[in-house]
Design a protein around this ligand. Structure first.
Ligand code: ZN
Length: 79
């Protein structure tokens, strides 16, 4: 149930493709960092993990290295 709520929230907030910016989300992805503090400054509340939601358009979803591209973009934005 919790995951569903998070998904809905992400769905409402994610409007553009994370990689190319196109306003056409085909797939909603969720990234859970191994070490949340690596990506997001500050520590998450105890017992909670931080997830990063992103949307991809059909074209970007077809990229074989999409996961890698997304991770690199997240890292470069948060560094
Ligand atoms: Zn795209």
């Amino acid at each position: 149930m919790k995951a569903q709520k998070a998904y809905k929230l992400a769905r409402d907030n994610v409007k553009c493709c994370y990689l190319c910016g196109k306003e056409e989300i085909k797939v909603l992805g969720c990234c859970v960092p191994d070490d949340p503090t690596k990506w997001i400054s500050g520590k998450p509340a105890p017992g909670k993990t931080r997830t990063f939601w992103y949307g991809l358009c059909e074209e970007c979803f077809k990229l074989p290295d999409k996961a890698e591209l997304v991770e690199k973009k997240i890292e470069s934005e948060l560094n």
